[in-house]
Design a protein around this ligand. Sequence first.
Ligand code: HEC
Length: 109
Amino acid sequence: MKRNDLLAMFAAAFFLLSASAWADGDPAHGRARAQMCAGCHGIADYRTAYPEVYPVPKIGGQQASYIVKTLQDYRSGARKHPTMRGIAATLSDQDMADLAAYYAGETRK
Ligand code: HEC
């Protein structure tokens, strides 16, 4: 077997594994990841002070698919808030699924 064939097999196996892992977010991973969100989301009536004074929406209890979609939109630039764009840029698809699974299972806050 040629070296490239082997590489392709590894790539395919990796893709299959990661694709199946994306199907469902893992709330436990999401919870660990959510530490970097908790500084803004989940504080009653919290407002950011940068880049302007801005109310922070409640994300706990929202639909997982909605949370994933908004995070992808921040990453792609379809949604423009600068802080969330910066944060979403650091998240993988798996992170987004995990975070969505965690927040969707939370009560609204
Ligand atoms: C520095 C403060 C800050 C941090 C940290 C932060 N966010 Fe946000 N987030 C905001 C603000 C402000 C908005 C509203 C932006 C807008 O109007 O588009 C927002 C919007 C959102 C939305 C869209 C909510 C809706 O109802 O449309 C989601 C989902 C979200 N954030 C998830 C996260 C996740 C997940 C993390 C952690 C990985 C995170 N945020 C970290 C400030 C923050």
